[in-house]
Ligand binder design. Structure first.
Ligand SMILES: [Zn+2]
Length: 145
């Protein structure tokens, strides 16, 4: 079952803002990893190999393959992907919809000081490929000690 809310560890949230800021006018991108489907615990910073990194992103395929392999071997789950929008809002663009796989994974989009989470809907049409997910910064209450 897809989760309507996802927890993002505070350090991860800060890291997302930092990598987006560092990449300046270019879109940064990478992977969201964790051990439960509703909790992003780590990111894997990838390289944007798109021809126009100012306007588009494409995650280095080797990084995707490595994450898929790790998951198949029982390691961390590949929960989704992140990228930044150097201009505009943290909302999926029409290009994002075209390029998305409809795999049900999470898309984190960073713009300015904001990170928003979206579910890439399986079987969505071009206009409803993404549904926003509530983003909780921190850990689930049951995990707090
Ligand atoms: Zn985008």
């Amino acid at each position: 079952m897809p989760c309507a809310a996802v927890y993002v560890d505070e350090l991860v949230y800060e890291q997302l803002l930092a990598v987006a800021h560092r990449s300046g006018g270019q879109e940064c991108c990478g992977l969201l990893l964790g051990r439960a489907p509703d909790r992003v615990e780590e990111i894997m910073i990838s390289r944007n190999i798109a021809e126009e990194p100012e306007r588009h992103f494409e995650i280095l395929p080797q990084d995707l393959i490595a994450a898929e392999k790790e998951m198949r071997r029982g390691g961390r789950l590949l929960l989704g992907y992140y990228h930044s929008h150097p201009v505009g809002e943290a909302v999926p663009s029409p290009t994002d919809a075209v390029l998305s796989a409809g795999d049900g994974r999470i898309w984190a989009i960073i713009a300015g000081a904001t990170v928003r989470l979206w579910r890439n809907e399986p079987g969505g049409t071009l206009h409803d490929m993404f549904t926003e997910i509530t983003c909780h910064v921190g850990v689930p209450a049951s995990d707090e000690t």
